[in-house]
Design a protein around this ligand. Structure first.
Ligand SMILES: [Zn+2]
Length: 207
């Protein structure tokens, strides 16, 4: 979404719903229960209000909120989008107190929103090692981790300013195939950093 805070999706609930529908369902509404698209139809009628869909396959009603962090909440969708935008675009984060002031909602509501939005940003699982089973990882001569000293890469000094987790020596030096003809460093690298059962190749030779 654009950083423009005057975007109507931040102030109008219908516009917010349309934005989320277009973003989540670019091809058309998809049932969050069974994943079907062809069996979904929009529900009209004044009693339901706009944004409701019905799936003929699983006989469930749903809106675009179902299956997202905005599900089961009475807080208007445009306030949810605004809060999400403020939290993810604020360099130093956003407190629940500030959010309650900016959105005109209670502290209890803003605390709940902050909690859900931050929880939604948690990575689903820890990233695994490099590559994957049966895949290929290609490696050149390089230093893995450690202090910038001895690196030829000039961006190391820039990195040093932003990282607090420096150790005094490189964690692993991976020499070229010519410097390590027995590929012991490559094998060590593979054992430490890569998924099992993959094929590791250096630029000059294959171990
Ligand atoms: Zn369904």
């Amino acid at each position: 979404m654009s950083c423009d805070l005057t975007n109507p999706a931040f102030t109008d609930e219908n516009k917010a719903r349309e934005f989320l529908e277009a973003s989540r369902w670019p091809e058309g509404a998809v049932c969050p229960f069974c994943g079907q698209m062809e069996t979904v139809k929009a529900l009209g009628g004044k009693s339901m209000g706009p944004g409701w869909y019905f799936c003929n396959e699983c006989r469930e009603k749903f809106t675009v909120r179902v299956g997202t962090l905005y599900e089961r909440s009475h807080i208007p969708l445009h306030k949810w989008l605004f809060a999400t935008h403020l939290i993810v675009s604020s360099k130093k984060g956003m407190s629940a107190l500030q959010l309650s002031r900016m959105l005109g909602i209670t502290y209890k509501s803003s605390w709940f929103m902050c909690h859900r939005i931050r929880a939604a940003m948690t990575p689903a699982e820890k990233p695994g090692p490099l590559g994957g089973e049966g895949k290929i990882v290609e490696a050149d001569e390089t230093y893995i981790g450690g202090k910038g000293k001895g690196r030829t890469n000039t961006s190391a000094s820039a990195t040093r300013k932003t990282s607090a987790a420096w150790v005094s020596k490189p964690l692993l030096r991976l020499p070229s195939a010519a410097a390590s003809p027995d590929h012991s460093a490559l094998r060590l690298f593979q054992a430490r950093r890569c998924a099992r059962s993959l094929s590791l190749r250096s630029a000059e030779n294959h171990p």
